[in-house]
Design a protein around this ligand. Structure first.
Ligand SMILES: [Zn+2]
Ligand SMILES: [Zn+2]
Length: 183
C-alpha cells in the first residue's frame, strides 16, 4: 500500500538517494509488553536524509512522531502519526512562509520482527515525504506579485496601472480604432 503511494509521488528527486538510518528511530522489540508500547519523539529532517532545496527550508526543522508498536504473532506493527513545521516558498509571492506537514497514516509491518531491533527510518522518511505539497500558498488570499514591476502586492500596492477592462485603457489598440470610427 505504501509502495503504491510512493510510486504515485512521481518523479520527485527527494525520493532518490542513499538509504539512511537514524538511531532515534531504531527500536528494540525484545521484551515488548503484550499491549505494545507507545513511542514519542522527534528527529531532524536531515536525520532522515531529507535536505532543504529551493522550495522547502528544512534547516533545523524536526519531525515529531507518536507511534504505537504492537506484535501480531511474530510480526511487529508500527502505526501512528507525524507532524512537522518547516518553511516553504509561496508559489504566488515567492516569499517563505510557515508550512505544517502532518499525517496519521503511519503503518509499517515488520515480518518476523518480534525480538529484533526494527528500523523505522525509511518508513518515516517515506511517510513525511508524501505530505509535501505540490503547490503552496503563504495564505489563501495571497495577492502575489505585480506582473509589471514584480512588487509583492501583500506588502503594498505598486504604482503600475491597474489592468483595465478594455474600455478606457489608453494603450489598448482597439480604443484607437474606436476613436477613428467616430471621425
Ligand atoms: Zn504568498
Ligand atoms: Zn507594479
Amino acid at each position: 500500500m505504501h509502495k503504491e503511494d510512493l510510486d504515485s509521488y512521481d518523479d520527485d528527486e527527494r525520493l532518490e538517494g542513499e538509504s539512511v538510518s537514524c538511531p532515534a528511530l531504531i527500536f528494540q522489540t525484545s521484551g515488548m509488553p503484550d499491549n505494545g508500547v507507545d513511542l514519542e519523539g522527534e528527529v531532524l529532517f536531515s536525520d532522515l536524509g531529507i535536505e532543504s532545496d529551493e522550495r522547502f527550508d528544512l534547516d533545523g526543522a524536526k519531525v515529531h512522531f507518536r507511534l504505537h508498536l504492537s506484535a501480531a504473532k511474530m510480526d511487529v506493527i508500527a502505526m501512528g502519526e507525524l507532524h512537522a513545521s518547516a518553511e516553504a516558498l509561496c508559489d504566488r509571492c515567492a516569499e517563505f512562509a510557515p508550512l505544517n506537514l502532518e499525517t496519521d497514516d503511519v503503518l509499517h509491518t515488520f515480518k518476523n520482527g518480534l525480538g529484533q531491533p526494527i528500523d523505522l527510518t525509511e518508513g518515516i522518511r517515506e511517510d513525511i515525504l508524501l505530505t509535501f505539497p505540490q503547490s503552496f500558498h503563504c495564505s489563501e488570499d495571497c495577492k502575489g506579485l505585480c506582473p509589471v514591476c514584480g512588487q509583492n502586492l501583500n506588502k503594498g500596492q505598486c504604482s503600475c496601472e491597474v489592468q483595465s477592462d478594455g474600455d478606457e485603457g489608453g494603450d489598448d489598440p482597439w480604443s484607437v480604432l474606436d476613436g477613428l470610427k467616430f471621425k
